[in-house]
Design a protein. Structure first.
Length: 203
Protein backbone atom coordinates (compact mmCIF):
# COMPACT_ATOMS: atom_id res chain seq x y z
CA UNK A 1 0.00 0.00 0.00
CA UNK A 2 1.55 3.34 -1.05
CA UNK A 3 1.86 6.11 1.51
CA UNK A 4 -1.12 8.43 1.69
CA UNK A 5 -0.86 11.67 -0.27
CA UNK A 6 -1.42 14.77 1.85
CA UNK A 7 -4.19 16.97 0.46
CA UNK A 8 -4.46 20.45 1.98
CA UNK A 9 -7.89 21.98 1.38
CA UNK A 10 -9.03 25.54 2.03
CA UNK A 11 -12.81 25.67 2.29
CA UNK A 12 -15.78 27.30 3.98
CA UNK A 13 -18.77 25.41 5.30
CA UNK A 14 -21.34 27.61 3.54
CA UNK A 15 -19.73 27.18 0.12
CA UNK A 16 -21.70 24.69 -2.03
CA UNK A 17 -18.63 23.89 -4.12
CA UNK A 18 -16.72 23.06 -0.93
CA UNK A 19 -19.41 20.54 0.01
CA UNK A 20 -19.17 19.05 -3.47
CA UNK A 21 -15.38 19.01 -3.17
CA UNK A 22 -15.55 17.17 0.15
CA UNK A 23 -17.84 14.52 -1.33
CA UNK A 24 -15.50 14.03 -4.27
CA UNK A 25 -12.54 13.72 -1.91
CA UNK A 26 -14.45 10.95 -0.13
CA UNK A 27 -14.81 9.23 -3.50
CA UNK A 28 -11.12 9.77 -4.20
CA UNK A 29 -10.22 8.16 -0.86
CA UNK A 30 -11.86 4.95 -2.11
CA UNK A 31 -9.51 4.91 -5.09
CA UNK A 32 -6.18 6.06 -3.62
CA UNK A 33 -4.79 6.72 -0.13
CA UNK A 34 -5.09 10.38 0.84
CA UNK A 35 -4.69 12.31 4.07
CA UNK A 36 -6.96 15.37 3.98
CA UNK A 37 -6.02 18.44 6.02
CA UNK A 38 -8.78 21.06 6.20
CA UNK A 39 -7.94 24.77 6.37
CA UNK A 40 -10.25 27.63 7.31
CA UNK A 41 -11.45 30.15 4.75
CA UNK A 42 -14.25 32.65 5.33
CA UNK A 43 -16.30 33.78 2.36
CA UNK A 44 -18.15 36.18 4.64
CA UNK A 45 -15.82 37.37 7.41
CA UNK A 46 -17.41 38.89 10.51
CA UNK A 47 -18.89 42.28 9.73
CA UNK A 48 -19.37 41.49 6.06
CA UNK A 49 -22.94 41.93 4.84
CA UNK A 50 -24.39 39.97 1.92
CA UNK A 51 -25.76 42.19 -0.82
CA UNK A 52 -29.21 41.74 -2.34
CA UNK A 53 -27.50 41.04 -5.66
CA UNK A 54 -25.48 38.21 -4.12
CA UNK A 55 -28.60 36.74 -2.49
CA UNK A 56 -30.41 36.79 -5.81
CA UNK A 57 -27.47 35.12 -7.52
CA UNK A 58 -27.39 32.33 -4.92
CA UNK A 59 -31.12 31.72 -5.22
CA UNK A 60 -30.92 31.62 -9.01
CA UNK A 61 -28.23 28.93 -8.78
CA UNK A 62 -30.20 26.81 -6.30
CA UNK A 63 -32.20 24.68 -8.80
CA UNK A 64 -29.03 23.71 -10.65
CA UNK A 65 -27.29 22.86 -7.38
CA UNK A 66 -30.22 20.73 -6.22
CA UNK A 67 -30.27 18.83 -9.51
CA UNK A 68 -26.51 18.23 -9.44
CA UNK A 69 -26.46 17.00 -5.84
CA UNK A 70 -29.30 14.58 -6.51
CA UNK A 71 -27.86 13.31 -9.79
CA UNK A 72 -24.24 12.93 -8.68
CA UNK A 73 -24.57 12.02 -4.99
CA UNK A 74 -28.23 11.13 -4.43
CA UNK A 75 -28.59 13.91 -1.86
CA UNK A 76 -31.44 16.35 -1.34
CA UNK A 77 -30.27 19.84 -0.42
CA UNK A 78 -31.82 21.88 2.37
CA UNK A 79 -29.48 24.85 2.77
CA UNK A 80 -29.10 26.67 6.08
CA UNK A 81 -29.58 30.45 6.45
CA UNK A 82 -27.82 32.49 3.78
CA UNK A 83 -26.38 34.89 6.34
CA UNK A 84 -24.81 32.14 8.47
CA UNK A 85 -21.45 33.22 9.89
CA UNK A 86 -18.80 30.48 10.04
CA UNK A 87 -16.17 31.94 12.38
CA UNK A 88 -17.33 29.83 15.34
CA UNK A 89 -17.52 26.69 13.22
CA UNK A 90 -13.91 27.12 12.07
CA UNK A 91 -12.69 27.57 15.64
CA UNK A 92 -14.68 24.52 16.73
CA UNK A 93 -13.12 22.61 13.85
CA UNK A 94 -9.61 23.39 15.09
CA UNK A 95 -10.56 22.09 18.53
CA UNK A 96 -11.99 18.95 16.92
CA UNK A 97 -8.77 18.39 14.99
CA UNK A 98 -6.68 18.65 18.16
CA UNK A 99 -8.86 15.95 19.66
CA UNK A 100 -8.60 13.60 16.67
CA UNK A 101 -12.16 14.22 15.46
CA UNK A 102 -11.54 16.76 12.72
CA UNK A 103 -12.73 14.75 9.74
CA UNK A 104 -15.91 13.57 11.46
CA UNK A 105 -16.77 17.04 12.76
CA UNK A 106 -16.07 18.68 9.40
CA UNK A 107 -18.46 16.26 7.70
CA UNK A 108 -21.07 16.76 10.43
CA UNK A 109 -21.03 20.55 10.04
CA UNK A 110 -21.33 20.37 6.25
CA UNK A 111 -24.25 17.95 6.43
CA UNK A 112 -26.00 19.98 9.11
CA UNK A 113 -25.91 23.10 6.96
CA UNK A 114 -26.48 21.58 3.52
CA UNK A 115 -28.80 18.66 4.23
CA UNK A 116 -30.76 19.75 7.31
CA UNK A 117 -30.84 23.53 6.94
CA UNK A 118 -29.24 24.21 10.33
CA UNK A 119 -27.59 27.49 11.33
CA UNK A 120 -24.00 26.40 11.95
CA UNK A 121 -23.19 29.85 13.28
CA UNK A 122 -25.31 29.06 16.33
CA UNK A 123 -23.40 27.88 19.41
CA UNK A 124 -26.14 25.42 20.37
CA UNK A 125 -26.04 23.79 16.93
CA UNK A 126 -22.25 23.41 17.05
CA UNK A 127 -22.38 21.93 20.55
CA UNK A 128 -25.05 19.45 19.44
CA UNK A 129 -22.88 18.40 16.51
CA UNK A 130 -19.81 17.98 18.71
CA UNK A 131 -21.47 16.05 21.53
CA UNK A 132 -21.79 12.67 19.74
CA UNK A 133 -18.08 12.93 18.90
CA UNK A 134 -17.10 13.56 22.51
CA UNK A 135 -16.41 17.25 21.85
CA UNK A 136 -17.45 20.25 23.93
CA UNK A 137 -17.02 23.89 22.96
CA UNK A 138 -16.97 26.70 25.51
CA UNK A 139 -17.94 30.31 24.85
CA UNK A 140 -14.34 31.54 24.56
CA UNK A 141 -13.54 28.95 21.90
CA UNK A 142 -16.60 29.71 19.78
CA UNK A 143 -16.00 33.45 20.06
CA UNK A 144 -12.45 33.07 18.78
CA UNK A 145 -10.85 33.93 22.12
CA UNK A 146 -9.24 30.53 22.75
CA UNK A 147 -5.59 31.16 21.86
CA UNK A 148 -4.60 27.88 20.19
CA UNK A 149 -7.63 27.60 17.92
CA UNK A 150 -7.60 31.32 17.11
CA UNK A 151 -3.96 31.11 16.06
CA UNK A 152 -4.66 28.05 13.90
CA UNK A 153 -7.49 29.86 12.09
CA UNK A 154 -5.32 32.97 11.60
CA UNK A 155 -2.57 30.78 10.17
CA UNK A 156 -4.96 29.20 7.69
CA UNK A 157 -6.26 32.58 6.54
CA UNK A 158 -2.73 33.95 6.28
CA UNK A 159 -1.61 30.99 4.19
CA UNK A 160 -4.57 31.47 1.87
CA UNK A 161 -3.56 35.09 1.35
CA UNK A 162 0.08 34.12 0.80
CA UNK A 163 -0.94 31.50 -1.78
CA UNK A 164 -3.24 34.03 -3.47
CA UNK A 165 -6.31 31.89 -2.77
CA UNK A 166 -9.39 34.03 -3.31
CA UNK A 167 -11.96 31.31 -4.01
CA UNK A 168 -12.67 27.90 -2.54
CA UNK A 169 -12.35 25.00 -2.51
CA UNK A 170 -8.61 25.12 -3.17
CA UNK A 171 -6.57 21.91 -3.00
CA UNK A 172 -2.82 21.34 -2.75
CA UNK A 173 -1.78 17.74 -3.41
CA UNK A 174 1.44 16.57 -1.83
CA UNK A 175 2.69 20.15 -1.40
CA UNK A 176 3.21 20.12 -5.17
CA UNK A 177 0.03 20.40 -7.23
CA UNK A 178 -2.60 23.12 -6.87
CA UNK A 179 -6.19 22.47 -7.95
CA UNK A 180 -8.77 25.24 -7.80
CA UNK A 181 -12.53 24.76 -7.55
CA UNK A 182 -14.81 21.72 -7.33
CA UNK A 183 -13.09 19.87 -10.14
CA UNK A 184 -14.35 16.51 -11.46
CA UNK A 185 -13.17 13.37 -9.71
CA UNK A 186 -10.85 12.42 -12.57
CA UNK A 187 -8.97 15.72 -12.18
CA UNK A 188 -8.45 15.01 -8.48
CA UNK A 189 -7.33 11.47 -9.31
CA UNK A 190 -4.70 12.76 -11.71
CA UNK A 191 -3.48 15.36 -9.21
CA UNK A 192 -3.13 12.64 -6.58
CA UNK A 193 -1.26 10.40 -8.99
CA UNK A 194 1.04 13.24 -10.02
CA UNK A 195 1.81 14.05 -6.39
CA UNK A 196 2.85 10.43 -5.83
CA UNK A 197 4.97 10.45 -8.98
CA UNK A 198 2.73 7.84 -10.60
CA UNK A 199 2.12 7.74 -14.37
CA UNK A 200 -0.71 10.05 -15.43
CA UNK A 201 -3.16 9.29 -18.21
CA UNK A 202 -3.59 12.55 -20.10
CA UNK A 203 -6.76 13.18 -22.07
Amino acid sequence: MPAATRVDVWSDFVCPFCFIGSLRLAQLAEKQPIDVVWHAFMLRPPGTAMTDEKRAMIRAFEPKLRAQMQEEFGLDIERGPLDTQTLSAHHAMKHAERNGRGAAFHDAVLRAYWLRGEDIGDAGVLRALGAPLGLSFDDDLLAGREIVSAEAVRTDLGQAAAYNIHGVPAFIFGNRYFVSGAQPLDVLERAGAAARGAPIALH
